[in-house]
Design a protein around this ligand. Structure first.
Ligand code: ZN
Length: 203
């Protein structure tokens, strides 16, 4: 399986990092080795002193597809989840400055937290899902999928022009504002509406 991530999909997050609003979705990949194993803590890697949490809504692909039209995109997923796209922000800034690829800052081991999934049928609309991240019991990020620049079905259309989507692939749909540095002993807990979908200890 592969993980496809979307950057700069929420206006408030684009502003906080002083990025330009993109004309097209910003897409990057994480390999399967980036997945943080269930119940394992996240260890801050020694190559970064500024790891940020980015809470994101996840979409699990259930059917193989290429060049998927937006109006059929809903047939390609049944499950919605929540995760963290851990980002070595200091390293990413250096790479961005030089116009180099982001992989070392985004796709390293343990950088993808994948929580539990919920059936899509649980939601009236996938374009109106509230989600949040707490750090040590305090809410640090909050979002609603209605605020995405590119909604889930539009993302599937766009991504599948370039990459064949396969069963089990997971899309990270971008983060809202509130990204911040994590520190040892942080406990990061993610919610969709009131349901807890993951809890990760930082070490
Ligand atoms: Zn992200």
């Amino acid at each position: 399986m592969k993980i496809i991530c979307i950057g700069r999909n929420y206006t408030d997050h684009i502003s906080e990092l002083e990025n330009e609003r993109p004309d097209h979705p910003v897409v990057f990949l994480k390999p399967d080795t980036a997945i943080l194993l269930k119940k394992q803590p996240f260890f801050i890697p020694d190559f970064s002193s500024e790891i940020h949490h980015e809470v994101e809504v996840l979409v699990k692909i259930k059917k193989i597809g290429k060049h998927i039209d937006r109006k059929f995109a809903h047939k390609y997923y049944d499950e919605i989840g929540l995760g963290i796209d851990f980002t070595a922000r200091d390293l990413q800034s250096r790479l961005k400055e030089k116009g180099l690829p982001w992989e070392k800052a985004k796709a390293f081991d343990g950088s993808a937290v994948i929580g539990k999934f919920l059936p899509k049928s649980k939601f009236e609309s996938v374009d109106d899902i509230n989600f949040s991240l707490q750090n040590n019991g305090e809410t640090v990020q909050e979002g609603n999928t209605a605020l995405m620049l590119w909604k889930i079905d539009a993302l599937i259309e766009y991504i599948s022009k370039y990459f064949t989507l396969k069963i089990g692939d997971i899309i990270f749909t971008g983060t809202p504002a509130g990204v911040a540095k994590v520190n040892p002993e942080d406990q990061l807990t993610g919610y969709i509406e009131k349901t807890e979908l993951f809890s990760v200890k930082v070490k």
